[in-house]
Design a binder for this molecule. Structure first.
Ligand code: PLP
Length: 300
């Protein structure tokens, strides 16, 4: 792949990345070959949506960044307030109205050794790319297809590490089968989550079901936003519990949540139609409530 082909759409003036204190043209930004993020996926990341130049769910993403770092005994690369300045600077320098802002913190570059070094020397990377809101709106209007795959990930999926190979393989299988997302299934036949999204179903009684938090899933910031928005409106009952693939296939509705897509209806699972095969009213209501919540908490 040529270097330029990874750029979704060119930012006027060129994309800008941030690496350890420097803002650089995206193509010139790089890290050391012995960076532990590269060698061991000894690194964590966050993805935050920027809509109309405002950060969505910023505090939720920074809370989770701190939790992921703490779980791996990595220090914050800088104070939270300074990180917020970098995030805003990235939005300004990339001159993007709508985009996705990526933050990555690695343990830094050290002579290669599996054992984690005692010294603290983190690498902070930020990148930004454009966000095709029209493509997301199309997916929401039409619904997306999901296929299922074995969840072969490690036991700490609650830490948002860049060790995403199992997720990437599952997403690739989905794309090969013409689906948008893979739902990962544990050894007992229960759905854990999507390759890069949280999984939800709506039962025949209108109850929203999503798996409860544990080391087996990522605590999605959008998942939390949806729960908060629903609680604030006293809307539909929610059960945080496991569900099987079979329960999902016979559910009234299903949907996924993520920072990059918000709430997206699932209309088929492994080729089987969910409900009447159209984005359902409960899902679209959840989308509306979450969007209002996200707009109200968005920060410039
Ligand atoms: N689950 C996984 C495995 C993810 O990678 C993601 C997002 O990247 C999510 C769930 C959704 O999380 P969020 O809503 O914070 O984007």
């Amino acid at each position: 792949m040529s270097r330029s082909s990874i750029h979704a759409r060119p930012v006027p003036g060129g994309r800008i990345a941030y690496v350890n204190g420097r803002y650089l043209p995206h193509r010139e930004a790089c890290v050391h070959v012995e960076d532990r993020g590269l060698q061991f996926a000894d690194s964590i990341y966050e993805v935050c949506a920027v809509i109309d130049r405002r950060l969505m769910d910023e505090e939720g993403h920074l809370d989770r960044l701190e939790r992921s770092l703490a779980a791996l005994a990595m220090p914050m690369p800088m104070a939270r307030s300074a990180l917020k300045v970098v995030m805003r600077e990235m939005i300004a320098r990339n001159r993007l109205k709508d985009g996705l802002l990526y933050l990555q913190v690695t343990r830094g570059a050290f002579r290669r050794d599996h054992a984690i070094p005692a010294a603290k020397r983190s690498t902070l990377i930020a990148t930004m790319r454009s966000f095709n809101l029209a493509a997301v709106a199309k997916r929401r209007a039409e619904g997306i297809s999901v296929v299922t795959a074995s969840d072969i990930r490690w036991g700490r999926c609650d830490i948002k590490t860049t060790g995403l190979l199992a997720n990437a393989l599952a997403k690739t299988e989905a794309r090969k089968k013409g689906a948008f997302e893979s739902w990962l299934v544990d050894r007992d036949g229960f759905v854990t989550e999507g390759a890069s999204t949280n999984a939800w179903i709506v039962t025949g009684e209108g109850v929203l079901v999503t798996r409860s938090l544990s080391p087996n899933i990522l605590a999605g910031v959008t998942r939390l936003g949806v729960l908060s928005a629903l609680a604030a409106h006293g809307a539909n009952a929610v059960e945080e519990r496991v569900f099987t693939v079979e329960e999902a296939k016979s559910a009234r509705e299903a949907f996924i949540t993520s920072a990059s897509g918000g709430v997206l209806p699932v209309t088929t699972i492994d080729g089987r139609t969910v409900g009447d095969g159209k984005p359902g009213p409960t899902t679209l209501r959840v989308h509306t409530l979450y969007s209002e919540f996200a707009q109200a908490t968005a920060k410039a």
